[in-house]
Design a protein around this ligand. Structure first.
Ligand code: F6R
Length: 241
């Protein structure tokens, strides 16, 4: 792992955006893996600036998002689909037909999961994947468990994840309890991975990811086995290393 400690969230956003921009400039038809949550926002803002400045064009870029809640429609203001349009897709020149966010809508949600992995494979796989990390070490919605789940699947969200996401809803009861998420295998197949963690609340998870055993109880620890991972941290998130 290439670990970079940066001065603040804006410099992390700029550094991560530079890696995505370089990928796009080298391969305008590349496939991006994208994340939601608070962590990626400075990166998306920096990418929007690069697009506005004419330095990067998303014209032929395709993207796949990591995850989506089960049980709320795409049009819901807290769906990850809405989040991505609000914070990135509607603000750069990416084609709406070229973006995919998991859509758990069939009567058999497993069909949606299989179809999502097939779509990623058909696109040639993910060239560069952006990740945040949960307080419990989750990546995407792969929560601590006994074995690393391979492909895209449906998960029950843990109490700690529901609690962390309550800030976006009126109350904990409104937070969806299930999600459709790329699996650990789907993420590990990405050719390169950029993980960002900021704030003291992420310090324990960052320590377990980098210094701990590779263990599905800290899903992010699997990244120790990936050949091309860059981790951007601020001083607080790096404080236990
Ligand atoms: C979001 C995702 C999650 C978040 C993680 C951190 O698509 O996959 O794993 O990256 O929960 O969330 P924030 O960035 O809000 O702290």
């Amino acid at each position: 792992m290439n670990i970079q400690v940066c001065k603040d969230t804006n410099s992390i956003g700029k550094a991560a955006a530079t890696m995505f921009a370089a990928e796009i400039i080298n391969n305008p038809r590349c496939v991006l893996g994208l994340a939601t949550g608070s962590t990626p926002l400075p990166t998306y803002n920096a990418l929007i600036e690069l697009n506005d400045a004419g330095i990067v064009s998303f014209e032929t870029v395709r993207s796949f998002n990591l995850d989506e809640y089960v049980g709320i429609p795409r049009s819901h203001e807290q769906s990850y689909y809405s989040f991505m349009f609000e914070n990135l897709f509607s603000r750069v020149n990416i084609k709406p037909d070229n973006v995919q966010v998991p859509t758990p809508a069939s009567t058999d949600l497993n069909d949606d999961c299989v179809a999502y992995d097939a779509a990623i494979d058909a696109a040639g796989g993910i060239d560069i994947q952006l990740l945040g990390i949960g307080h419990n070490g989750h990546i995407a919605f792969n929560e601590p468990t006994e074995v690393f789940p391979f492909g895209t699947h449906i998960v029950d969200l843990t109490e700690s994840t529901i609690e962390a996401n309550t800030r976006f809803f009126d109350c904990a009861e409104d937070v969806p309890k299930k999600a459709m998420t790329m699996g650990i295998g789907s993420i590990m197949k990405a050719r390169s991975i950029v993980l960002i963690a900021t704030g003291a609340g992420k310090a324990e998870a960052v320590k377990a990811m980098i210094k701990g055993e590779v263990d599905p109880q800290c899903p992010a620890s699997v990244l120790q086995l990936h050949p091309n991972v860059t981790v951007f941290l601020d001083a607080e998130a790096a404080s236990l290393l």
